[in-house]
Write a protein that binds this ligand. Structure first.
Ligand code: PNS
Length: 172
């Protein structure tokens, strides 16, 4: 069985991530979406919230599992028996960073392949950072993030001014 790991910060998961996970799930028999606990950037959501949002967003993909992880991606890949690390490519600007990560991961784990999947054109401009800015400024997020993620972002940034119920996975 070919198992792939799709690691990321997923802060929060976007429809671009969902697109990559769906593509990878169609190629590999099992896909482990792995939410990194401590990226070197300031986070909007806790690990628990990021995992819960990703689980809900990917619940329709039956061969996909979402887990949190700590430590190196290659160690996680070995632990879950994955032969492949999947990453999404949006634009040329992603390429340099992804190549750097792929080379470093290969140095540490030559037996694991890195597979980069180009995202659908409609998501190629998506970034979690820009989506957060749109939300902060009261803009619409349909077509950018799953509905429950849009609600969680609105709750986070707009608090009581937000319409709709408080998402159940938000701690605070
Ligand atoms: O969604 P992101 O922030 O682009 O994901 C980056 C991520 C989580 C894939 C990367 O930072 C990572 O693999 N972190 C785990 C620690 C690790 O293995 N670092 C070395 C990567 S070469």
């Amino acid at each position: 069985m070919t198992i792939a790991v799709y690691p990321g910060s997923f802060d929060p998961i976007t429809l671009g991530h969902v697109d990559i996970a769906a593509r990878a799930a169609a190629i590999f028999e099992r896909l482990v979406v792995a939410v990194f606990d401590a990226p070197a950037k300031s986070l909007t959501f806790t690990s628990e919230d990021r995992i819960a949002m990703a689980r809900e967003a990917l619940a329709h993909l039956t061969n996909v599992e979402v887990i949190g992880f700590h430590g190196l991606t290659v160690d996680l890949a070995r632990r879950v028996g994955a032969q492949v690390i999947v990453r999404g490519l949006r634009a040329v600007s992603d390429f340099e960073v992804e190549m750097q990560m792929a080379f470093l991961n290969r140095r540490m784990a030559p037996e694991i392949e890195v597979v980069c999947l180009p995202t659908s054109l409609e998501f190629s401009y998506l970034s979690a950072t820009m989506i957060k800015e749109i939300i902060r400024l009261g803009g619409p997020t349909e077509g950018l993030v799953p509905h429950h993620v849009g609600e969680a972002l609105r709750q986070k940034y707009l608090g009581d001014a937000s319409t709709g119920p408080v998402p159940r996975f938000l701690n605070s």
